[in-house]
Design a protein around this ligand. Structure first.
Ligand code: C2R
Length: 346
């Protein structure tokens, strides 16, 4: 078996976080390898592993590190494959590692998940590989379905504890309301096998015209990389119906991008709607964008957002190309070319 995911740890002390990722990859039946290689302490080893894996068919890298976490960035500097960063809490609640991993300069995107969220890194890796692999999409769908059944069980347990005379239980959880199809499959995973030449590959949603500058950067680079996309300004909070219409119209998109400032409900809404990869770009409307960044990246287990640095629209387009390039030679060649031109390592 050839590993499709390479997990790299800055130190063996990060293993507890890596274990969360390996458990998900086992469940999803995705072959992986794991190496300890610190970019600070053993720089050449990192370069060697990443270059060899890039040539040998690894699709996605996961870099797990705490403190001043340069490992995911150094992996990204040495490959054109998607890189996921998992910041580990060692000091400062993991904020040091989060900012070091996520705030990458243009040319070497790192898709960050929340602090210590090894399981979300594995789910995101599976979603990325799933763009080009139907059976992995099916297994992801079953995994998401487990959350629906778990809340039923959890609710029963809580309900048994509520003894008050004014507690009256209303029932909502009939399976129909989970949008489950005739085969028992959750309908979050839209059909990717329809010939999609006429469909946009990427659907870009920004929450407001205040995000226009970042959105323009994103779409400009999608244009440069010859990737077709649809783009709209829709706030799922202000116009939920319009949001649903846009998602339905773009159900054949291979991945989604959500661009938003303040508390980033746009990304949350998109992730709740799909099992495909969702790239999030936080915008600096208030608090220099830290509010948007933290609310995008710190998603609960099961629903990752591939979060990029504040205002990093260009990196969002590059990451989308890296993901699509795994199954599309034309895009793969374009991204290699593009990275070569902007002086980034291949
Ligand atoms: P030790 O326990 O080995 O001292 O490591 C590791 O990922 C770990 O979380 C403590 C923390 O240092 C981190 N580390 C990095 C890098 N190398 C090690 N952030 C790196 O290259 O980025």
């Amino acid at each position: 078996m050839q590993p499709k995911v390479m997990i790299m740890l800055g130190s063996a002390s990060d293993f507890n976080i890596a274990k969360k990722a390996t458990e998900i990859l086992e469940k999803l039946e995705i072959c992986y390898d794991l190496k300890v290689a610190s970019a600070h302490r053993t720089h050449e080893r990192v370069r060697q592993v990443v270059s060899k894996c890039t040539k040998d068919g690894v699709d996605v890298f996961i870099g797990i590190a705490g403190l001043s976490a340069h490992l995911p960035g150094i992996i990204a500097a040495n490959t054109h494959k998607p890189v996921i960063g998992v910041p580990v809490e060692v000091k400062l609640g993991g904020l040091d590692a989060l900012f070091a991993s996520i705030q990458m300069p243009f040319g070497a995107p790192v898709a960050c998940v929340g602090v210590d969220r090894g399981e979300n890194a594995a789910i995101l890796a599976a979603q990325i590989i799933g763009i080009h692999n139907a059976s992995i999409r099916d297994r992801l769908s079953s995994l998401r379905k487990e959350f629906y059944f778990k809340i039923d069980v959890d609710e029963e347990v809580l309900s048994a504890k509520l003894k008050g005379s004014f507690y009256h239980k209303m029932n909502f959880n009939s399976p129909e309301e989970y949008k489950i199809d005739d085969n028992g499959k959750l309908l979050l995973n839209f059909d990717l096998d329809t010939p999609n030449l006429k469909y946009p590959e990427v659907a870009v949603i920004s929450g407001s015209y205040s995000d226009a500058k970042v959105t323009k950067k994103t779409t400009m680079f999608l244009d440069k990389l010859n990737i077709n996309y649809d783009s709209a300004v829709i706030s799922p909070i202000r116009s939920p119906d319009k949001f649903e219409d846009f998602m339905e119209k773009n159900k054949h998109a291979k991945l989604y991008m959500a661009i938003s400032g303040l508390s980033a409900h746009v990304t949350g809404a998109v992730v709740a709607y799909t099992e495909k990869p969702v790239i999030g770009v936080p915008c600096a409307i208030q608090l220099n964008g830290i509010d948007a960044l933290l609310s995008m990246v710190n998603m609960p287990p099961g629903v990752p957002v591939a979060t990029l640095g504040i205002g990093a629209g260009g990196n969002a387009a590059l990451l989308a190309a890296e993901m699509l390039g795994l199954g599309d030679i034309r895009i793969n060649d374009d991204i290699l070319d593009f990275k070569g031109k902007i002086n980034c390592k291949r």
